[in-house]
Design a protein. Structure first.
Length: 119
């Protein structure tokens, strides 16, 4: 059974930083792509960043240059370093995993972690 567990969310002032973590169990972590999505109240869930099995990375335009996705295969964990946070970055952030080494539609999801950015 694949499980994704996020952590690291919280309250931060605009301009601050947070690092989200997603620990994965139940599968061979390094064989699959991982990603982050977010959903703000009243909005649809949107793509934030992804990393494939070779550590190629992909970013939404709104976070490029501010957020960095990375993975530690030894720890079965993917990270999202978020810098220069803006109030519009506030959302529930979800970790996701694909059934393939390359990035694509996720199959597995975490429960989400709240990020709040005060202005």
């Amino acid at each position: 059974q694949v499980q994704l567990v996020e952590s690291g969310g919280g309250l931060v002032q605009a301009g601050g930083s947070l690092r989200l973590s997603c620990a994965v169990s139940g599968r061979t972590f390094n064989n699959y792509a991982m990603g982050w999505f977010r959903q703000a109240p009243g909005k649809e869930r949107e793509f934030v960043a992804a990393i494939n099995w070779r550590s190629d990375t992909y970013y939404a335009g709104s976070v490029k240059g501010r957020f960095t996705i990375s993975r530690d295969n030894a720890k079965n964990t993917v990270y999202l370093q978020m810098n220069s946070l803006k109030p519009e970055d506030a959302a529930v952030y979800y970790c996701a995993s694909t059934p393939t080494p390359s990035w694509g539609p996720p199959r597995y999801w975490g429960q989400g972690t709240q990020v709040t950015v005060s202005s």
